[in-house]
Write a protein that binds this ligand. Structure first.
Ligand code: GLU
Length: 218
């Protein structure tokens, strides 16, 4: 179980996510990655190994993104299995801590519905489950998908057409941080408040089965 860190605000997300991930370094990891919303597209940057190449991450103009350090539990250590994961059209992007205990049966169901997978992870199925609920608004689709998962999990999800992040947890930690800067708010979400504690003036520890929706200024 490794690290999640997400940001929603008015500043460039890349340096903020880099700094946050480095603070989660102490938990150990085998790979890392970013998912950044740029207008109506999601850009994924990920790699195996330590943070050396993290510094090479370009300063993409995005103020909404998620990042992850992975400790492989389902699927080998590889760039392909590193988080974030996306669905087929790359419109839904997910980072996850934990193990989905009913992953094999859920994957089987999704394969029968013609979903195509790009990794060996349990995490990737969350993107496809959310897609299954695409008739609902994004937070509701994430909620419905999360209810299908068994085990101790924390998930943060991003959608190319939704200007925010949705986080939900059960048995694995997830914490929201709020920074109020003369009326303008920035939001952080992480598996450990140490990732953002210096930046924020308010911290909310999510309870199990609580879902957080962090939108620009809301
Ligand atoms: N089970 C997921 C994987 O193996 C999440 C691992 C983690 O918590 O870092 O990719």
């Amino acid at each position: 179980m490794c690290g999640i860190f997400g940001y929603v605000g008015n500043n460039n997300a890349v340096p903020i996510l880099k700094k946050g991930l480095k603070k989660l370094n102490y938990r150990g990891y085998d790979s890392w990655g970013f998912g950044l919303k740029i207008r109506d597209k999601i850009k994924i940057i990920k790699d195996v190994g330590d943070f050396e190449r993290l510094e090479e991450t370009p300063e993409i103009d995005s103020n909404l993104g998620i990042s992850h350090t992975r400790w492989a539990t389902m699927g080998e250590i590889s760039k392909n299995n590193a988080h974030p994961h996306t669905n087929e059209d790359n419109g839904i992007c997910v980072v996850h801590n934990g193990i989905i205990e009913n992953f094999r049966e859920l994957k089987e169901e999704l394969l029968n519905k013609s979903h195509k997978f790009k990794s060996e992870t349990d995490t990737e199925i969350i993107c496809h489950l959310i897609e299954e609920y695409s008739e609902y608004e994004f937070p509701e689709a994430v909620r419905r998908a999360f209810l299908k998962l068994k085990g101790r999990n924390a998930v943060v999800a991003l959608h190319k057409d939704f200007n925010g992040l949705v986080g939900v947890k059960n048995g694995s930690p997830l914490v929201v941080g709020i920074k109020n800067n003369s009326g303008k708010e920035e939001y952080f979400i992480a598996s450990d408040h140490r990732a953002f504690i210096e930046e924020t003036n308010k911290v909310i520890f999510l309870n199990d089965n609580e879902l957080a929706v962090l939108e620009q200024n809301e």
